[in-house]
Write a protein that binds this ligand. Sequence first.
Ligand SMILES: NC(=O)c1ccc[n+]([C@@H]2O[C@H](COP(=O)([O-])OP(=O)(O)OC[C@H]3O[C@@H](n4cnc5c(N)ncnc54)[C@H](O)[C@@H]3O)[C@@H](O)[C@H]2O)c1
Length: 450
Amino acid sequence: MASRQKTAPNKSNTAEIQPAKGKLGVMIPGMGAVATTFVAGVEAIRKGLASPIGSLTQMGTIRLGKRTEGRSPLVKEFLPLASLPDLVFTGWDPFEDDMYTAARKAGVLERELLDKVKPFLTSIKPRPAVFDRNYVKKLDGHHVKKGKNKMELAEQVRADIREFRKSSGASRLITIWCGSTEIFLKPTAAHQSVKAFEKAMQSNDENVAPSMVYAYASLMEGVPFANGAPNLTVDLPVMHELSRKNEAPICGKDFKTGQTLMKTILAPGFKARLLGLNGWFSTNILGNRDGEVLDDPGSFKTKEESKLSVLEHILQPDLYPELYGKMSHVVRINYYPPRGDNKEGWDNIDIFGWLGYPMQIKVDFLCRDSILAAPIVLDLVLFLDLAKRTSELRGIGIQEWLSFYFKSPMTAPGLYPEHDLFIQLMKLKNTLRHLKGEELITHLGLEYYD
Ligand SMILES: NC(=O)c1ccc[n+]([C@@H]2O[C@H](COP(=O)([O-])OP(=O)(O)OC[C@H]3O[C@@H](n4cnc5c(N)ncnc54)[C@H](O)[C@@H]3O)[C@@H](O)[C@H]2O)c1
């Protein structure tokens, strides 16, 4: 007979979490399709015009205790998260368009909806960006900061942050990179410590990309930073050091939407049933500005690395050489303007089963990239703010429990990332249970049969 006893939270194990008092300022480098879809969406939801579909913090529940207890509160009721009316926004972009104009150009949301939130969106104007065409070859914006070196530019971003803190009245701040994908860079000596990085900024070292300047400025101000693109940005020893020192949590990289989301849903299923994989060919056609930027081989290389790593980690060919040792994994992105933000992701998957007999699966995902990305931005903003207010999380640097949202999750050095969406979700929810002293859920379940 199943036990009906209630499990009680262990108060002595509960993390100290400060309340979410006052406004939360959201600062966004890169006010393009994703950023405007997120901000317009938040305002539409606040006005009761739409629902926050896709957001775990707004619609998700969390099971507590035994299956027989019937305790499944909403995530936002279980933890003290900032609420949507408390969010205020600013951003940076090398183009001068305010959020309404940028949203119209991005073409994700219909005009009818945008016009209902027009005054709010028009009021958010970009601050001049730290921008350099050498890192994003396909863009040519002129709304940019000037300074004699990268350290001076970082000082200007820090001044922007302080100004926003004051003018918005925000009690807490978060930065989330929604800017374009930069060219492929590898960590160098310049990224190994705060001292080396500051010297590199002063000498305008080419290894310091604009996204790193924002990250440095945020972390110096004690502001958490999430990275939605595949750039290194905060995935560097210097940023790990600053994050821990200044108690500003970090996470990244590359929002997990569209094709990679599908991959991390399907691949764990193949492995669970020990079905082999000969090959996975993925192609994308997209016509938005992101697609145009990724048409440059440098930016594509950064994206490709991020997209390719997923299967290796989920399928573990070293443990299953017969099933996954010879798979061919190819990813293509083609810029095709007529599609705009409505991407098409095609996958041809060659699997094999019992006695080696081959089979094929075709996935054709007609998706809307920014519609999938916007709830991720919202959840990351709210969870990073929670991390900053939580004794156990604020000083640890990388927030690996947020891997759920990323294509290339950041981990402690030497640790391989967890890509399986279902393990990632369990990790996230168990972290939330742990913070509140609730029993972790292992799904063992033998106790129901005592
Ligand atoms: N579902 C998705 O859309 C998705 C998924 C994963 C990752 N991403 C990544 O998120 C980022 C944003 O995607 P998007 O579709 O909104 O692209 P977008 O091209 O519409 O917007 C990016 C914006 O960043 C601006 N920008 C470029 N460099 C900048 C800088 N140094 N400082 C400030 N702003 C800068 C650009 O001018 C542009 O307005 C991209 O890197 C993309 O690869 C998007």
